[in-house]
Design a protein. Sequence first.
Lengths: 221, 211
Amino acid sequence: MDGIHDLGGKQGYGPIDRDGEDEIFHEDWEGREWGIAQCARTPGITIDWWRHCRELIMPVDYLVRPYFDSWAQTDFSTYIEAGWMTLEEVAAGKSLNTDIDYGEPPPAMTFEQVLDEDRAHAFRFDTAIDAPPAFEVGRRVHTVKHGHKGHTRLPQYARGHVGTVHAYNGAHVFPDLSAKGTEVHQHCYNVMFEAAELWPEAAGSKDKVYLDLWESYLEEA
Amino acid sequence: MPDFDADKVSEIHQHLHSHLPSEPALRVKALETLLVDKGLVNPQTIDAWIEAYTEEIGPKRGARVVARAWCDPDFKKRLFEDAPAAIDELGYLGKATAHLKVVENTDKVHNLVVCTLCSCYPFSILGIAPAWYKAAAYRSRAVRDPRGVLAEFGVDIGDEVEIRVWDSTAELRYLVLPQRPAGTEDLNEDELAALVTRNSMIGTDRDLSKG
């Protein structure tokens, strides 16, 4: 999706605001949302669907809402879309629906249990697949220009450019389909682009940009 | 179960734009209240997650990894071969680090990490990302104007140094291994870890001898 979230290379956002950079949570509600996001998930949700729902926040909100506030909005949207929450309940501020079986309420977890839970969140997204990778390290590749309206992890700034395969990452869950609830693994590569290839003003620069890209984002150069 | 209906979600966002309370604190309170009311979330567990990422999980872990890599060549070798397994030796494997990669600064190379599409970050070794890392200014400029970004952080990169920007577009996460400052041969691992800044592990800090 060519959305407001796809910020790489966009101009006009001004200097970087480092105010309060050493505070972990600037306000209490930020910590509350962090905690909510760690323990609350609708069944069947995928990380890519959640990311896509965040990308779909209205641009005017996406750019001005504080970061964890956008997480809260994303959580609301995923719960409502999945039918586990309604707009009426959001307006009423309480649960109105009693015919959904949410299962047993989760027990309170201690600090130690949460540390274990964090370790359990070391999710892997790769697996072995039968098809051999199409590109070996060192191969020149051309990124596709696709701009389908769904979720993708090929940023606009890296489309239609030539890069070099820097590393093979294994076959990882393909986000474009994972955001639609389908888990398919596809070869994923780290691809190096010369800054001069991506940006007109970078002619002669020795700087480089590396992206992790799936096989269907790439063609032989 | 989600229907994965993006058009429906766009509509929901439009409704939420008009109908959620105006203050972030009230919006999050509304979310928590509803989830607790439905028995989906336990508020004490939320407290414990806040405590975990305030007291235990944070950049001190990353600094420990860096200091050990400086002191122990075998650990450093393992860190480059299989970073998740290496940080697991320290008990730091966790959220968003199962596909961790470590990239090394040298006299000729400086690494900088960004996520232009969202805000991917190696939580279990660096904790909560600083606000600037998740904001539009950094996300838009890091890939296009890394030298300008670094200058704003007070880091001047000479023309002889190549900048490598790592845009976290997949589930891989990147940790920068900064250079060990000169004159620290006598320091032990604890003392070295104290020199390592969070920003140096993202790449917006470079010379750790400045203290």
